[in-house]
Write a protein that binds this ligand. Sequence first.
Ligand code: KG4
Ligand code: ZN
Length: 332
Amino acid sequence: MRVLGIETSCDETGIAIYDSYAGLIANQVHTQSEVHEAYGGVVPELAARHHLQQTLPLIQAALQESKLTVKDINAVAYTAGPGLVSALLIGACIGRSLAFSLNIPSIAINHMEGHLLSPMLEKNPPDFPFIALLVSGGHTQLISVTAMGCYELLGESLDDAAGEAFDKIAKLLGLGYPGGRELSKISQHGVPGRFIFPRPMTNRPGLDFSFSGLKTFAAQTIYNNANTQQVRADIACAFEDAVIDTLLIKCRRALDRSGFKRLVVAGGVSANCLLRNKLADMMTGRNGEVFYARPEFCTDNGAMIAYAGAIRLKGITHDSLDIKVYPRWPLS
Ligand code: KG4
Ligand code: ZN
């Protein structure tokens, strides 16, 4: 079975083809960060317009990459939520229409399930059960995963997502959008310990997160101190350290509570090198294992949607003709 995956939930148009025998055979991504950079965040109307322009050419490019024609596709998977409604509608309309015209099944995929399953595309995929840390621009969640589709939310951010906090502080430091990667880059030149930032909600039990207080603390520090390149790097270093330490403490708690030995980390922030290294050290110390996707599959992409579609499509044939998207769609 060959599944075409379509991702248009935010500001990346991702198209991929996953073959149940050969694995991933095409992967095309068009990022719109340049479009939104001037505004310091994603403008939904512009995002939708660019998805509309990019989706069909990228489908053609994916078919060319895999040396297939559209008739060789057996099913279409598209992101139906969570995300920006106008952006989701582009992928959903194109995906469903294409499937209808080809008389093949189509399936609505939850974007966060796509992220959660993205490490399955790698050579050493995780077995169940595991704890998943989903850290993206819109979500910070800890999830207990006992089988495909069996997800229990253990904790989540009560306000800003980790990626969102990275982006906002990066903006205050004068870096581009999205700023997570840029902030992480300059933080390597920072002096550790020059500033110490709080680790929110770690001194009380529970698995929820809150990053808005840390964000205000960092913003205040920037306002009072950031007058040289070095100080900006020192602040970036303190901020990155605080976010990553907080994520680490909560992962440890979730693993202790569940007794699971495997940790999966996915979503845009899972591309962060410091996070990857610190979690790898922690899991080695616990005789456990941590699993990530390769960096280009940490941020939004069509490969994870095509893969989730290949798993979920088993048993599905044809459904009704209506087109629905779910801007808020809990994973559980
Ligand atoms: O998963 P994703 O591509 O989109 C959403 O579903 O939200 O995640 C994007 C987020 C952005 O906030 C971006 O700044 C962050 O992931 N990000 C990073 C890094 N690379 C991307 N944050 C920290 N360090 C990175 N290396
Ligand atoms: Zn995402």
